[in-house]
Design a binder for this molecule. Structure first.
Ligand SMILES: Nc1ncnc2c1ncn2[C@@H]1O[C@H](COP(=O)(O)OP(=O)(O)O)[C@@H](O)[C@H]1O
Ligand SMILES: [Mg+2]
Length: 259
């Protein structure tokens, strides 16, 4: 049995509102080993969310196969959790009940109810279980979404720009929290991000994608150990390489600029 996620020869087409066919993903081959942290990065429309939704089993490919631990992915399952940019908490439920909802939906609440408090504590919301989402900040709501996504112990957590709406400082705190939970819980994490620094700070591997058709252009290993200093030379070198791959590398100044 192959451990982790194996994606081979995946194509996904959509029909847009003008009735034209859009190739959201073309010939995707990717292997993601279990327990690793992978980021998907690339401009809007290159198929990042489509790839996550395929792994989640929310949609099916037109060609090719996806498998998790040797088992074909055909539909959503409790072995995969999902977290989005905007929290999807129910406004009429408390934070505790939002997290419990995930266990109730799977029919495992009765034997697992103690996990709700464990996970409230894990994400730093121990004293906020009885609050409603509108009473908490955006960062706290994302912590609650994270707890809800992982309370049923999925093998894989899929994150679609989870910190995109947060301010820069909250975002950096959340990145540290996510790394801590990733290490503690030994989960496979796959994150879509537009933020090059975030990708380098968190990931074992960074998958660079480009649009029309959506495809993988490069897979980079981030070779240096954690915790990573965001201003170290190796970090900046890696940043420069990714920005060049994304065509944001800038140009070299012409000699006539100098006297
Ligand atoms: N449900 C859909 N119907 C029609 N087109 C879609 C649908 N989902 C995605 N697309 C198109 O597929 C391409 C990839 O989309 P998406 O995966 O959302 O990209 P990204 O997340 O990288 O911004 C885009 O051109 C988008 O418009
Ligand atoms: Mg997207």
């Amino acid at each position: 049995m192959v451990n982790g996620i194996v994606i081979s020869g995946v194509n996904k087409l959509f029909t847009n509102t003008q009735n034209e066919t859009v190739t959201a993903l073309s010939d995707i081959h990717l292997e993601i080993s279990s327990g690793s942290f992978t980021s998907l990065i690339g401009p809007s429309g290159c198929g990042k969310s489509t790839l996550l939704r395929l792994i989640a089993g929310l949609i099916r490919p037109d060609n090719g196969t996806l498998a998790l631990d040797g088992k074909a992915i055909e539909k959503p399952g409790s072995d995969r959790g999902f977290m989005f940019q905007e929290h999807t908490l129910f406004p009429w439920l408390t934070i505790r009940d939002n997290i419990a909802f995930s266990l109730r939906a799977q029919g495992i609440y009765r034997e697992m109810s103690s996990r709700v408090d464990e996970f409230l504590e894990l994400v730093g919301l121990k004293d906020f279980g009885n609050y409603y989402p509108h009473q908490l900040s955006g960062g706290m709501c994302q912590r609650a979404s994270l707890a809800r996504a992982i309370v049923s112990h999925p093998k894989v957590l899929l994150l679609d720009e989870p910190f995109g709406a947060l301010d820069a400082f909250t975002r950096m705190n959340m990145q540290d929290e996510l790394l801590r939970i990733w290490k503690e819980r030994n989960m496979t994490m796959i994150m879509v991000t537009h933020d090059v620094d975030e990708a380098i700070y968190l990931s074992d591997r960074i998958v660079v994608m480009s649009p029309r058709p959506g495809r993988i252009t490069k897979i980079l290993n981030v070779p240096f150990s954690r915790p990573r200093a965001r201003s170290s030379n190796e970090f900046l070198r890696c940043r420069g390489e990714i920005l060049r791959l994304l065509d944001f590398g800038g140009t070299v100044m012409e000699p006539e600029f100098y006297l």
